[in-house]
Design a protein around this ligand. Structure first.
Ligand SMILES: CC(C)(COP(=O)(O)OP(=O)(O)OC[C@H]1O[C@@H](n2cnc3c(N)ncnc32)[C@H](O)[C@@H]1OP(=O)(O)O)[C@@H](O)C(=O)NCCC(=O)NCCS
Length: 183
């Protein structure tokens, strides 16, 4: 297994039951949940169910999700997570999502974590294409996806009904051939 994936400030490895209190705490934060599929009523039992359903393999099988914890490598503090979705329709194509606890935002942590996950997917997992989508109003994630080299390819108007309203999604993607050179 390649985990933990390391970066200068971070260690990324599958979420464990020990992460539940910190994971639930940020999923219950109204600001963090605003553009996500869950809402602040998220409970420890929901997290336990999610963790129990995690794949034990390096990557999820087609259609499945793997939730990687973003941690402080020194003391294991959970900063947030990067989710990897193996798309079942297309060979070697993955979707990603990222979430940080509010106290860990604006420090470049998401950028560092997503850059490492993209490198892992394209080099170790031989991915061809990685995608991400977000509500058009979610400016921080748009900035992050652009910063890691992803391009906005399309916008889907009223693509989903979430939290009592129709939401419009921006779709981002990057190909293996577009991965920025390592510094
Ligand atoms: C999306 C999300 C992960 C982005 O987090 P973020 O911390 O803004 O993203 P980055 O890691 O790119 O950090 C960039 C910020 O860190 C600052 N920064 C500080 N040190 C830095 C460093 N060493 N390297 C890079 N940026 C650094 C940048 O200046 C920038 O600041 P700004 O936000 O004031 O402009 C975060 O907003 C979040 O968790 N939102 C809630 C969940 C969500 O909606 N997720 C998206 C669903 S797809």
């Amino acid at each position: 297994m390649p985990y933990p994936l390391r970066t200068p400030r971070l260690a990324l490895s599958p979420l464990t039951t020990g992460d539940i209190p910190a994971f639930v705490a940020y999923r219950q934060d109204t600001d963090v949940a605003r553009w996500q599929g869950w809402d602040p009523s998220y409970k420890e039992a929901d997290a336990a169910e999610l963790i129990a359903s995690q794949p034990t393999a390096e990557l999820p099988s087609p259609g499945g999700w793997l939730q990687l914890a973003i941690r402080n490598p020194e003391d294991g503090t959970l900063y947030g997570d990067v989710a990897i979705h193996s798309l079942d329709e297309f060979h070697d194509t993955f979707e990603i999502g990222v979430t940080l606890a509010r106290s860990n935002q604006h420090r470049g942590i998401a950028r560092e974590a997503v850059t490492r996950v993209l490198d892992h997917l394209f080099t170790s997992a031989n991915a061809h294409r990685v995608t991400a989508n977000c509500d058009t109003r979610n400016a921080p994630v748009a900035k992050l996806l652009t910063a890691v080299g992803m391009k906005k390819e399309s916008t889907e108007t009223d693509a989903e009904f979430s939290k009592g309203e129709w939401i419009t999604l921006d779709n981002y993607a990057i190909l293996k051939t577009e991965l920025p050179p390592k510094p």
